[in-house]
Design a protein around this ligand. Sequence first.
Ligand code: UFG
Length: 354
Amino acid sequence: MAKRVLVSGGAGYIGSHVTVELINAGYEVVVADNMSNCDLTCFEGVKKITGKEDIPFEKMDCCDDAAVNALFSKYRIDAVIHFAAFKAVGESVAEPIKYYRNNLDSFLNILEAAKTHGGCNVLFSSSATVYGETDRLPVTEQSPRQPATSPYGNTKQICEDILRDVVKATASCDAMEPGTDRNGTVKGIALRYFNPIGAHPSALIGELPRGVPNNLVPFITQTAIGKRECLSIFGNDYPTPDGTCQRDYIDIVDLAKAHVAAVGRMLDGKMKESYEIFNVGTGRPVSVLELVNAFEKVNNLKLNYKFAPRRPGDVTAIWADPTLANRELGWKAGRSIEDTLAAAWAWEKHLAGK
Ligand code: UFG
């Protein structure tokens, strides 16, 4: 029988790409989403790409503990991938209560249900933001976490710690739940994403930012299509080779495949510890200017951009040492930045009906 994976926040940007790859890998998937930051565009795209019309979809809020419990009663869930969270850094500074309430409550409800329904494997979507500013690059999973600079970043750190503690507390559960093959243990993996960008090569799913995008690539594609007048490159006086910030841009499909590998590791009993952390990045630093130049070149267009002051809160440079994920998950980022930027542009044109 195929294993079933619950994808909370599965109608969003990363969740929809992960749902596609899980289905392609033969998993049953249940998508749960409250649609607070997306519409059905990507979920419909997932159905088209996979040719699977009957993917179970539950419109629900993971902050509603009764709804989460009901979900675990309705389906036998073998693993959860938890994406359901708010993610705008600036908004989290302005509205910390909203962020702590939403991002922590939803994860606690998932973990509580995972535990009370006999145990489960839980994959948490964490972020490279936990490393903060560091000059010891690339960062490994052992690199120290820095105090978070935003409530959003803090929720990532806190959720990692909650998962670690819950895993530890349930590790000693060895009594089998009556009538099941489960014993109440929760196992966990946190994936620390670097900068996810791009879209599915079909151009049927991609990022759908609401309002003015905060992130670089949606701002670039919206400028190229004429929705925004000019891209501001925040800072060209950083101590980097060309003065602009460096990041590790990870293709969204590559990122999605890392989730499939991590879920497989949990379900196949391959974990070396009951709680594990993996960096999900390419290991390759790319500056803002290099990214803009690559976008122009691969898509054969000129982008209107200017240099602007530094954006508060930005770190100078960060990129991953992905060795652990490469070795333990048997996963490696494969797509070139050019292919990724071509896919991002194809998605923007798809949205514009071009
Ligand atoms: N940038 C610009 N102009 C823009 C947007 C971004 O120059 O209009 C630059 C930023 O200054 C930065 C780089 O592009 O140097 C990447 O910025 P993004 O906003 O795309 O990504 P971040 O590295 O800031 O964001 C990442 C994750 C977040 C996480 C954040 C923590 O995507 O989830 O780091 O700061 F919270």
